[in-house]
Design a protein around this ligand. Structure first.
Ligand code: FE2
Length: 235
């Protein structure tokens, strides 16, 4: 079963993640030690600060500096962690351009205080109206959603996918909540959200997979990998 990391800040010098090519290579080698074979680069795209076009220009130059140093045995794709604001929907922005590669899946981040009965919900509908499937980054960071499984289920029934961070499976309270969500099919993919050796480290990936397997069986892990594969193969 192939292991995927669907959320990383490994591209050098573009956001608050890796600061250099050397550090990026270290992080990629770190992921390899965890058995990860496929990695999505998802730098922050703050739609209220830059246009999609400008973000893509920066992302491409960061990728150019790294691409020849990517360790052998790793498959990579380009994506973005898209912070959704009203500015995202300006005429000049092509939303598909900030999806995972050529796919119609977009890693999204909303204000964490949202209960999705507000503007965030309207913006979510706008994204989906363009034929894009949002993948909510780190579902565990939305306290109001975590307390409202009915809302999570409603969003999932609409087609929204949810990602959780590997590090959260080493946090006692959070991991229990996440396992419940996985059990109900409400967490779809895993990522590290690695920024550095210490911030959301790659070191948690294998522990997360083993914890999920121990609690829910290998089938649950297989489902997560299969969902990631579905996105990755189209990216
Ligand atoms: Fe992130």
């Amino acid at each position: 079963m192939k292991r995927y990391d669907m959320h990383t800040h490994i591209l050098p010098g573009i956001d608050d993640g890796s600061k250099s090519v050397d550090q990026s290579v270290e992080l990629l080698n770190g992921l390899k030690t965890q058995g990860v074979e496929a990695v999505c680069f998802t730098p922050h795209y703050y739609s209220h600060m830059v246009s999609a076009q400008e973000f893509l220009k920066n992302r491409n130059s960061a990728f150019e500096t790294l691409k020849d140093s990517i360790p052998k045995g790793l498959e990579v794709r380009l994506g973005a962690e898209v912070f959704v604001t009203n500015y995202l929907f300006s005429d000049e922005n092509d939303l598909k351009s900030v999806c995972y590669g050529k796919s119609d899946y977009m890693l999204t981040e909303f204000p964490y205080s949202s209960d999705f009965e507000d503007d965030c919900y309207t913006n979510l509908l706008k994204i989906m109206g363009q034929g894009i499937t949002p993948v909510f980054a780190h579902i565990e960071r939305y306290p109001k959603l975590l307390k409202n499984h009915r809302k999570i289920k409603e969003l999932a029934d609409m087609g929204v996918l949810f990602q959780s961070n590997a590090v959260s499976y080493s946090e006692l309270g959070t991991r229990k909540k996440l396992v419940k969500l996985i059990e109900q099919g409400l967490v779809h993919v895993i990522g590290t959200d690695v920024h550095s050796e210490n911030r959301n480290s790659y070191k948690y990936y294998d522990t997360a997979i083993k914890y999920i397997e121990k609690k829910l069986g290998i089938e649950a892990v297989e489902r997560l990998c299969k969902n990631s594969e579905e996105i990755f193969s189209k990216a």
